[in-house]
Design a protein around this ligand. Structure first.
Ligand code: ADP
Ligand code: ADP
Length: 229
Protein backbone atom coordinates (compact mmCIF):
# COMPACT_ATOMS: atom_id res chain seq x y z
CA UNK A 1 0.00 0.00 0.00
CA UNK A 2 1.15 3.53 -0.77
CA UNK A 3 2.98 3.08 -4.07
CA UNK A 4 4.03 6.49 -5.41
CA UNK A 5 4.46 7.08 -9.15
CA UNK A 6 5.91 10.14 -10.85
CA UNK A 7 5.15 9.79 -14.55
CA UNK A 8 6.87 12.19 -16.98
CA UNK A 9 6.45 15.11 -14.58
CA UNK A 10 7.13 18.56 -15.99
CA UNK A 11 6.98 21.66 -13.85
CA UNK A 12 8.06 25.29 -13.89
CA UNK A 13 7.33 28.09 -11.42
CA UNK A 14 7.41 30.53 -14.31
CA UNK A 15 6.94 29.75 -17.97
CA UNK A 16 10.43 30.63 -19.19
CA UNK A 17 12.31 28.42 -16.82
CA UNK A 18 11.50 24.71 -16.62
CA UNK A 19 12.47 23.21 -13.25
CA UNK A 20 11.47 19.55 -13.76
CA UNK A 21 11.87 18.34 -17.33
CA UNK A 22 10.19 14.97 -17.49
CA UNK A 23 10.80 13.07 -14.26
CA UNK A 24 9.64 9.45 -13.98
CA UNK A 25 10.21 7.17 -11.04
CA UNK A 26 8.31 4.90 -8.72
CA UNK A 27 8.48 4.25 -5.01
CA UNK A 28 7.18 0.68 -4.69
CA UNK A 29 5.05 0.00 -1.62
CA UNK A 30 7.22 -0.35 1.46
CA UNK A 31 10.42 0.77 -0.29
CA UNK A 32 12.61 3.83 0.14
CA UNK A 33 13.68 6.04 -2.74
CA UNK A 34 16.06 8.92 -2.16
CA UNK A 35 16.37 12.01 -4.34
CA UNK A 36 19.82 13.58 -4.28
CA UNK A 37 21.41 16.31 -6.34
CA UNK A 38 22.97 19.76 -6.11
CA UNK A 39 21.16 22.71 -4.60
CA UNK A 40 18.62 24.10 -7.05
CA UNK A 41 18.22 20.79 -8.88
CA UNK A 42 14.50 20.63 -8.04
CA UNK A 43 14.46 18.23 -5.08
CA UNK A 44 12.17 20.27 -2.82
CA UNK A 45 9.95 21.00 -5.80
CA UNK A 46 9.28 17.27 -6.02
CA UNK A 47 8.01 17.22 -2.43
CA UNK A 48 5.91 20.34 -2.97
CA UNK A 49 4.29 18.68 -5.98
CA UNK A 50 3.57 15.53 -3.99
CA UNK A 51 1.71 17.66 -1.41
CA UNK A 52 0.00 19.56 -4.24
CA UNK A 53 1.31 22.95 -3.17
CA UNK A 54 1.60 23.21 -6.94
CA UNK A 55 0.21 21.07 -9.76
CA UNK A 56 2.28 19.43 -12.46
CA UNK A 57 2.03 21.01 -15.90
CA UNK A 58 2.52 17.78 -17.80
CA UNK A 59 2.55 14.16 -16.71
CA UNK A 60 1.08 12.91 -13.44
CA UNK A 61 1.74 11.93 -9.86
CA UNK A 62 -0.17 8.90 -8.56
CA UNK A 63 -0.55 7.19 -5.20
CA UNK A 64 -1.67 3.58 -5.54
CA UNK A 65 -2.58 4.34 -9.14
CA UNK A 66 -4.81 7.29 -8.32
CA UNK A 67 -3.90 10.71 -9.70
CA UNK A 68 -3.38 13.04 -6.72
CA UNK A 69 -5.45 15.68 -8.54
CA UNK A 70 -8.45 13.36 -8.09
CA UNK A 71 -8.28 13.12 -4.30
CA UNK A 72 -9.27 15.72 -1.72
CA UNK A 73 -6.62 17.76 0.05
CA UNK A 74 -7.74 16.08 3.31
CA UNK A 75 -7.17 12.55 2.09
CA UNK A 76 -3.86 13.55 0.52
CA UNK A 77 -2.75 14.95 3.88
CA UNK A 78 -3.93 11.80 5.62
CA UNK A 79 -2.03 9.61 3.14
CA UNK A 80 1.32 11.40 3.33
CA UNK A 81 3.23 11.86 6.53
CA UNK A 82 6.21 14.08 6.86
CA UNK A 83 8.80 15.01 9.42
CA UNK A 84 9.44 18.72 8.97
CA UNK A 85 12.91 20.16 9.44
CA UNK A 86 11.67 22.76 11.87
CA UNK A 87 9.04 21.55 14.27
CA UNK A 88 6.75 24.02 15.97
CA UNK A 89 5.27 22.44 19.09
CA UNK A 90 1.87 23.17 20.58
CA UNK A 91 1.81 24.73 24.02
CA UNK A 92 0.90 21.50 25.71
CA UNK A 93 2.69 18.41 26.99
CA UNK A 94 5.07 16.45 24.78
CA UNK A 95 2.57 13.58 25.04
CA UNK A 96 -0.15 15.85 23.61
CA UNK A 97 2.22 16.87 20.82
CA UNK A 98 2.87 13.23 19.98
CA UNK A 99 -0.81 12.28 20.19
CA UNK A 100 -1.60 14.96 17.60
CA UNK A 101 -0.34 12.41 15.04
CA UNK A 102 -3.35 10.19 15.77
CA UNK A 103 -5.78 11.59 18.35
CA UNK A 104 -7.52 8.24 18.78
CA UNK A 105 -4.31 6.51 19.93
CA UNK A 106 -4.20 4.89 23.37
CA UNK A 107 -1.86 6.02 26.14
CA UNK A 108 0.25 2.94 25.51
CA UNK A 109 0.57 3.67 21.81
CA UNK A 110 1.63 7.24 22.55
CA UNK A 111 4.20 5.98 25.04
CA UNK A 112 5.51 3.39 22.58
CA UNK A 113 5.95 5.96 19.81
CA UNK A 114 7.73 8.28 22.26
CA UNK A 115 10.04 5.47 23.37
CA UNK A 116 10.92 4.60 19.77
CA UNK A 117 11.80 8.22 19.10
CA UNK A 118 13.76 8.34 22.36
CA UNK A 119 11.72 11.06 24.02
CA UNK A 120 10.06 8.71 26.51
CA UNK A 121 11.79 10.29 29.48
CA UNK A 122 10.23 13.73 29.08
CA UNK A 123 6.82 12.87 27.66
CA UNK A 124 5.00 14.64 30.52
CA UNK A 125 7.05 17.82 30.14
CA UNK A 126 5.83 21.06 28.62
CA UNK A 127 7.79 22.69 25.80
CA UNK A 128 9.85 25.85 26.16
CA UNK A 129 7.98 29.13 26.30
CA UNK A 130 5.07 27.53 28.11
CA UNK A 131 4.07 28.95 31.45
CA UNK A 132 1.32 27.55 33.59
CA UNK A 133 -0.92 29.63 35.84
CA UNK A 134 1.36 28.80 38.77
CA UNK A 135 4.43 29.96 36.87
CA UNK A 136 5.94 26.57 36.01
CA UNK A 137 8.50 26.88 33.24
CA UNK A 138 8.54 24.70 30.16
CA UNK A 139 11.45 22.45 29.22
CA UNK A 140 13.92 23.84 26.72
CA UNK A 141 14.18 21.29 23.93
CA UNK A 142 17.08 21.21 21.49
CA UNK A 143 16.41 21.22 17.75
CA UNK A 144 17.15 17.50 17.68
CA UNK A 145 14.71 16.79 20.52
CA UNK A 146 11.98 18.79 18.81
CA UNK A 147 12.57 16.80 15.66
CA UNK A 148 12.28 13.57 17.65
CA UNK A 149 8.88 14.78 18.90
CA UNK A 150 7.88 15.18 15.25
CA UNK A 151 9.24 11.71 14.52
CA UNK A 152 7.19 10.21 17.38
CA UNK A 153 4.11 11.98 16.02
CA UNK A 154 4.73 10.46 12.59
CA UNK A 155 5.40 7.00 14.06
CA UNK A 156 2.00 7.24 15.74
CA UNK A 157 0.24 8.53 12.63
CA UNK A 158 1.72 5.67 10.58
CA UNK A 159 0.82 7.16 7.18
CA UNK A 160 0.91 4.95 4.05
CA UNK A 161 3.46 7.28 2.46
CA UNK A 162 6.28 9.09 4.19
CA UNK A 163 7.99 12.18 2.81
CA UNK A 164 11.28 13.06 4.49
CA UNK A 165 13.09 16.27 3.75
CA UNK A 166 16.42 15.80 5.47
CA UNK A 167 17.64 18.51 7.75
CA UNK A 168 20.21 20.81 6.24
CA UNK A 169 20.54 22.75 9.44
CA UNK A 170 23.78 22.35 11.33
CA UNK A 171 23.12 19.65 13.89
CA UNK A 172 26.00 18.20 15.82
CA UNK A 173 27.16 14.79 14.59
CA UNK A 174 25.71 12.84 17.49
CA UNK A 175 22.27 14.45 17.17
CA UNK A 176 22.40 13.89 13.44
CA UNK A 177 23.17 10.21 13.93
CA UNK A 178 20.39 9.84 16.49
CA UNK A 179 17.90 11.51 14.20
CA UNK A 180 19.06 9.41 11.28
CA UNK A 181 18.50 6.28 13.38
CA UNK A 182 15.00 7.46 14.36
CA UNK A 183 14.17 8.33 10.75
CA UNK A 184 15.35 4.88 9.65
CA UNK A 185 12.99 3.47 12.23
CA UNK A 186 10.00 5.50 11.10
CA UNK A 187 10.56 4.63 7.44
CA UNK A 188 11.10 0.88 7.91
CA UNK A 189 8.59 -1.04 5.81
CA UNK A 190 6.88 2.19 4.80
CA UNK A 191 6.78 3.74 1.33
CA UNK A 192 9.29 6.55 1.77
CA UNK A 193 10.53 9.35 -0.43
CA UNK A 194 13.62 11.05 1.01
CA UNK A 195 14.94 14.38 -0.15
CA UNK A 196 18.57 13.91 0.81
CA UNK A 197 21.33 16.44 1.03
CA UNK A 198 24.13 14.00 1.64
CA UNK A 199 24.63 10.71 -0.12
CA UNK A 200 26.08 9.21 3.05
CA UNK A 201 22.68 9.22 4.74
CA UNK A 202 20.90 7.19 2.06
CA UNK A 203 23.22 4.21 1.78
CA UNK A 204 20.36 1.84 2.58
CA UNK A 205 17.82 3.34 0.12
CA UNK A 206 16.34 0.85 -2.34
CA UNK A 207 16.96 3.35 -5.11
CA UNK A 208 18.81 6.65 -5.30
CA UNK A 209 17.80 9.13 -7.97
CA UNK A 210 20.35 11.75 -8.91
CA UNK A 211 18.61 14.87 -10.08
CA UNK A 212 20.58 17.37 -12.14
CA UNK A 213 19.14 20.42 -13.81
CA UNK A 214 15.59 19.05 -13.66
CA UNK A 215 16.43 15.67 -15.17
CA UNK A 216 17.35 12.29 -13.74
CA UNK A 217 21.08 12.07 -14.41
CA UNK A 218 21.57 8.68 -12.83
CA UNK A 219 19.75 6.15 -10.70
CA UNK A 220 20.57 3.01 -8.81
CA UNK A 221 21.65 1.66 -5.49
CA UNK A 222 24.36 3.46 -3.58
CA UNK A 223 27.07 1.03 -4.65
CA UNK A 224 26.12 1.37 -8.33
CA UNK A 225 26.22 5.14 -8.63
CA UNK A 226 29.06 6.86 -10.45
CA UNK A 227 28.57 10.62 -10.62
CA UNK A 228 27.27 11.24 -7.14
CA UNK A 229 30.26 10.05 -5.14
P1 ADP B 1 16.53 21.89 -4.46
O1 ADP B 1 15.55 21.43 -3.43
O2 ADP B 1 17.09 20.79 -5.28
O3 ADP B 1 17.60 22.77 -3.91
P2 ADP B 1 14.29 23.45 -5.42
O4 ADP B 1 13.28 22.46 -5.84
O5 ADP B 1 14.09 24.14 -4.12
O6 ADP B 1 15.74 22.80 -5.51
O7 ADP B 1 14.40 24.58 -6.53
C1 ADP B 1 14.64 24.29 -7.89
C2 ADP B 1 14.71 25.59 -8.64
O8 ADP B 1 13.45 26.24 -8.57
C3 ADP B 1 15.71 26.57 -8.06
O9 ADP B 1 16.39 27.18 -9.13
C4 ADP B 1 14.88 27.57 -7.32
O10 ADP B 1 15.47 28.83 -7.34
C5 ADP B 1 13.59 27.56 -8.11
N1 ADP B 1 12.44 27.86 -7.26
C6 ADP B 1 12.11 27.24 -6.12
N2 ADP B 1 10.97 27.74 -5.59
C7 ADP B 1 10.57 28.71 -6.45
C8 ADP B 1 9.45 29.60 -6.49
N3 ADP B 1 8.52 29.59 -5.53
N4 ADP B 1 9.37 30.46 -7.53
C9 ADP B 1 10.30 30.47 -8.50
N5 ADP B 1 11.37 29.65 -8.53
C10 ADP B 1 11.51 28.79 -7.53
P1 ADP C 1 12.10 25.28 1.58
O1 ADP C 1 12.50 25.37 3.03
O2 ADP C 1 13.02 24.44 0.75
O3 ADP C 1 11.76 26.60 0.95
P2 ADP C 1 9.33 24.79 2.20
O4 ADP C 1 9.42 25.90 3.17
O5 ADP C 1 8.35 24.91 1.10
O6 ADP C 1 10.75 24.45 1.55
O7 ADP C 1 8.99 23.46 3.03
C1 ADP C 1 9.94 22.48 3.34
C2 ADP C 1 9.35 21.14 3.04
O8 ADP C 1 8.29 20.86 3.94
C3 ADP C 1 8.78 21.16 1.66
O9 ADP C 1 9.47 20.21 0.92
C4 ADP C 1 7.32 20.83 1.78
O10 ADP C 1 6.97 19.71 1.02
C5 ADP C 1 7.12 20.50 3.24
N1 ADP C 1 6.02 21.27 3.83
C6 ADP C 1 6.03 22.58 4.13
N2 ADP C 1 4.87 22.95 4.69
C7 ADP C 1 4.09 21.85 4.73
C8 ADP C 1 2.76 21.59 5.17
N3 ADP C 1 2.00 22.54 5.69
N4 ADP C 1 2.29 20.34 5.05
C9 ADP C 1 3.04 19.40 4.53
N5 ADP C 1 4.29 19.57 4.09
C10 ADP C 1 4.81 20.78 4.17
Amino acid sequence: DGKVTFDDVHFSYDANRPILKGISFEVPAGKTVAIVGPSGAGKSTISRLLFRFYDVQQGSIRIDGQDIRDVTQESLRAAIGMVPQDTVLFNDTIAYNVRYGRPSASEDEVAQAADLAQIGTFIAALPDGYRTMVGERGLKLSGGEKQRVAIARTILKAPPVLMLDEATSALDTQTEQEIQAALDLVSRGRTTLVIAHRLSTVISADEIIVLQDGRIAERGRHAELLVAK
